[in-house]
Design a protein. Structure first.
Lengths: 451, 451
């Protein structure tokens, strides 16, 4: 592979410039900002490597940018990515403009560089480099680059239903990946599901003077009580039936957890918190991180939140609740259980809206693509990769892969302090270049695997 | 008094224009907006009626604008007002610019017109009219116009301590007043106290991806649980000792409550809610409104609150809690009980900040100023006024009056749908003119009361 690695090194500046161009195009699906322009830019980048791209309608959502290249065999590796990114706020906490893609101290700083435009650019660059040096890819590739991952991929199901032919592949490289807090490569073989719900409560017709709070309903109280009914300080979710379908880890998965290195003190230092929830550590902490569902307040708002005091009785309250699910929890079912719980607790005045449900999914630890990714990570980084049965994150792995029997696996250019979804998102420039080489090697090695 | 009333009617346009000028000067103490300019404007208005005004330092707060006029006797009536107003947000709910002081359909619409620049302007106009027609006021008057009422009068205590001579009076007309929901004059003889607290919680150093919520503390949850520990859906405050000093209504006060008209259906219609809290009505509702303390979430904020979903684990959470107190609850003591409760419940990670404490206060129902205000209201409006032992609102009544043995009483130009503290604050122009005449008559009658 040295010929290809040399080519990548010689053209590093150009590949970095392509990535910066992609990062400088905002594309926030949650706010419908820059989405069309970004889809067009991704299409242009795919066209540049001969992937004959097109935008595929998703029945109501932002389009999927799809491209494919026939290689030396019909064996096919797909790349799942997304061109949308998280909102950049709170802007005042960024050290440089989130849309400037500035390079400082060996890192590139921009919203979406880690999650996941760095991976889009690395994969397109890898296909470019391989073809320039060898003339042809060793296998066929597909790019499935959606525009709604950060809002829960609400229309990717339509894409998968309408175009199973475009989804079919022998394996899939998932959208993210990178290094753990000790800079070891980390490979995830699954995702948690998600049930993201907005709760809304109404009170009086408009905000009132707080002096009448003796007798007028306060939606902020309703919301606080409803939230407190979902989970208590012992962190146990109180929605009846919530845990019923949770599958405990298998012996093989527990062994994988045991092998994972201890990164607790680094993580605590990074987070700036004195300890983990419930005082957990060791295997108990790992089991909780990888095999337990969550119920998280991601946002809450009501009344006056500015400086000083305003004596107001709010007329509206809103919360966003993010529940991460594990096998075999079903997000639609969890949403129904939540609704039933709210009603049973007397909170039928609280409106609930399901935003972007996703099912949990896992790839067998013995899958060929998992072996290829782990082996090539080891070779390129000179370190034994950490393999986890699942990521703590979520995505449409089930929709796009598991339902078609496709094994998926992560491989990407991020790292543990990449600050995905937070201010000062960043990747190391060296990781981006190595990530390009990694994808080249994965294509080469997976093509050579026996069918 | 007809001579003075005629003068007021002839000069109504000029008095209205003076009020509009005052309203067009924003003065939001909570945001330090326009305060200096507004204090200067009030000073100018007082100088215009010969009140020799000056700005009195309050040791760290916005100044009190003080003025006085010696009249025919040394008997003194003071006017307590405030030149600060509530923030105007949410701006999108206003039907006209809150700082434009537009007149539409017989009403004047502006932030602060009811609370309480309309009363400042009416009282200055009354002093002007009385002097123009009769040459001299029938008694001495003092204007004490502070700049921090809407943020809990945090420095008025300093003013009262440093200048007891400026506070001394035979009676005080309080800053607000007006008509009830049936357009009957309503007189309040007291105020509730207030203990307004901001709660703040910190989690990780910065917002995180919500996937790590399995093991990282979430300040939004901490806050939701802490709030739910303060009060449950039965509306009973759960802070130990909170109710210990609550004085039940006296028989005389219960009689006053019985006499108050039934305005429940009008209030419900105005609020747009199906019923009052706990299904209360009649005397139970009145007792709760006038003699029970409250615990209100006035604001809450954490994490992502924009459109759609953002899967974030917040690093900060904040709530504003507004507790209205009744005799003999002490706000400093209630704050200490709250702190002790939070610590006892394991919420020692939650910071609490006391903003603007105020003690409850009441004037005896038999006080001369009460009789004068009630009688003159009856004469000017042709209706029997409603007399309440206390307002449900709060203010520095204790600081400025009760501590000096001064009887205070409300009299003002507002009405039940004035929307104080809310969008579309308004007063009737006719009420403003009648309010000027009312103050003239109160001065005249109170001067004639036997000492």
């Amino acid at each position: 592979m040295q010929d290809i690695y040399d080519y990548v090194d010689q053209h590093a500046q150009s590949y970095i410039a392509d990535l910066q161009r992609l990062l400088r195009q905002p594309s926030v699906a949650a706010q419908s900002v820059g989405m069309e322009a970004c889809a067009g830019l991704v299409e242009e980048m795919l066209a540049g490597v001969g992937a004959r791209p097109r935008q595929v309608d998703t029945r109501g959502g932002f389009p999927v940018v799809y491209g494919e290249i026939a290689g030396a065999t019909t064996k096919t590796l797909s790349f799942y990515n997304h061109y949308d990114v998280q909102p950049a706020d709170p802007l005042d906490l960024w050290e440089s403009d989130p849309w400037a893609a500035e390079i400082r101290a060996g890192r590139l700083w921009a919203r979406g560089c880690s999650d996941n435009k760095g991976n889009i650019a690395a994969r397109i660059a890898a296909v470019d480099a391989y073809q320039r040096v060898r003339g042809q890819l060793p296998l066929s590739v597909k790019f499935i680059i959606e525009g709604e991952e950060e809002i829960g991929s609400p229309h990717l199901e339509h894409f998968a239903e309408d175009h199973p032919d475009l989804c079919r592949a022998d394996a899939c490289i998932w959208e993210f990946g990178g290094k753990d807090i000790d800079a070891r490569p980390i490979v995830h073989l699954g995702l948690k599901g998600i049930c993201y719900v907005e709760l809304r409560v109404k009170g009086a017709r408009m905000d009132q003077h707080s002096s009448i709070a003796t007798s007028v309903p306060n939606p902020a109280w309703r919301l606080a009580w409803a939230l407190a009914s979902l989970k208590g300080p012992d962190e146990r979710v109180l929605i009846p039936g919530f845990y019923d379908k949770v599958v405990p880890p298998t012996d093989e998965e527990l062994v994988a957890l045991e092998r994972m290195p201890d990164t607790e003190s680094q993580r605590l230092e990074h987070l700036g918190v004195p300890g983990f929830l419930l005082g957990l550590s060791g295997m108990e902490l790992k089991k909780r991180d990888y095999f337990e569902p969550t119920c998280t307040i991601s946002g809450i708002e009501s009344g006056y939140t500015g400086e000083g005091s305003k004596t107001v009785l709010p007329s509206r309250a809103m919360a966003k609740v993010d529940m991460r699910l594990v096998l075999d929890q079903d997000p639609e079912e969890i949403f129904a259980l939540l609704r039933a719980h709210l009603d049973a607790q007397g909170f039928d005045d609280i409106e609930s809206i399901l935003l972007g449900p996703e099912r949990p999914a896992r790839t067998p630890m013995s899958a060929p693509i998992a072996r290829v990714v782990v082996d090539t990570y080891r070779e390129l980084h000179g370190q034994e990769p950490v393999v986890t049965p699942t990521s703590a994150g979520s995505g449409p792995w089930y929709q796009l892969c598991s339902r078609f029997g496709i094994d998926a696996c992560t491989a990407g250019v991020g790292h543990a302090r990449s600050q995905a979804h937070a201010p000062n998102e960043n990747i190391y420039v060296d990781d981006f270049i190595r990530g390009i080489k990694h994808i080249c090697t994965i294509m080469d090695r997976f093509a050579a695997e026996p069918a």
